[in-house]
Design a protein around this ligand. Sequence first.
Ligand code: NAP
Length: 331
Amino acid sequence: MQTRTLGRNGPQVSALGLGCMGMSAFYGGRESDAESIAVIHHALDAGVNFLDTADMYGPHTNEVLVGRAIAGRRDEVFLATKFGIRLDPDDPHARGVDGRPEYVAAACEASLRRLDVETIDLYYQHRVDPQVPIEDTVGAMARLVEQGKVRHLGLSEASAETLRRAHAVHPITALQSEYSLWSRDPETDGTLDACRELGIGFVPYSPLGRGFLTGAIRSPDDFEPDDYRRHSPRFQGENFARNLALVEQVRALAQDRGVAPGQLALAWVLAQGEDLVPIPGTKRIRYLDENLGALDVRLTRDELDRIDAIFPPDAAAGTRYTREQMGMVNR
Ligand SMILES: NC(=O)c1ccc[n+]([C@@H]2O[C@H](COP(=O)([O-])OP(=O)(O)OC[C@H]3O[C@@H](n4cnc5c(N)ncnc54)[C@H](OP(=O)(O)O)[C@@H]3O)[C@@H](O)[C@H]2O)c1
């Protein structure tokens, strides 16, 4: 397995991680836990050691699932989880953000218990809390490091300014934000530059565009009734049709190259720098193997230029989140 260093002088992780979210939430068609555990075991057997979960996936059940999967194999895993998005038990669409120090401590205890581990390798704040100074939240996270409950700290969807302030309190090992051919904000909002300046690793989430860039999603009607993507602007109406036309061009390029469209999309992310470690998500062994194949796809400068010509930074139709969810992104 190819490896990459997460952040300057940071830990070595597999060059692709595995996003476990979809095994328990958001993308419909949940497989049985046994099948999901088989996917995680297959990933570990292939040398993928970087697993990504969060307390709010499920909610809470994804951490339990990952914990069961890694029982007995803890030393093979670099385990990342997140805290800070609170769900309303009475309203599945309501979200709150909590970065208060007392909540950080309690959330970590709960994640350790659900994961059934003594230490979390990388603990991310899932969304920055605008009501709590980042110094206070990261100060509480730093205490978890002192206590041996957490090894490395990360933030998700944090701005460059927040990253700088956080990093001044305690070294930040990784920023996890959405980044793919159709989600290019980190190139222009200063976060990728700030990561490079500060020596923070960058973990692109949804690197397959929530599955869209694989070309496998043909119509919004294919989604199950509870699939999150039904509510996502990019997957609706005219936006869907315009985005599909872009993906068809990616498919044609992939066909010329003899690879799958999703492999081309992942290879493009991997080619953006050795400091990026994407975490594609899947609940199927077949997809996992295909995605790992992207590690062998080396794109030439000419191919990267052709992909960029199809997918310039603002090509995607529709925002990546609803207005309300964009409001939770720290800018
Ligand atoms: N920090 C954050 O706020 C945040 C937000 C979103 C996600 N994440 C993390 O990032 C991880 C990855 O992101 P994501 O799961 O949202 O999106 P993604 O990796 O871009 O795409 C996942 C989707 O693509 C499908 N897929 C995967 N490989 C495929 C292949 N080879 N061919 C066809 N379809 C394929 C999956 O289908 P199946 O499910 O059927 O396998 C799933 O529906 C998540 O698991 C989660 O851990 C973090």
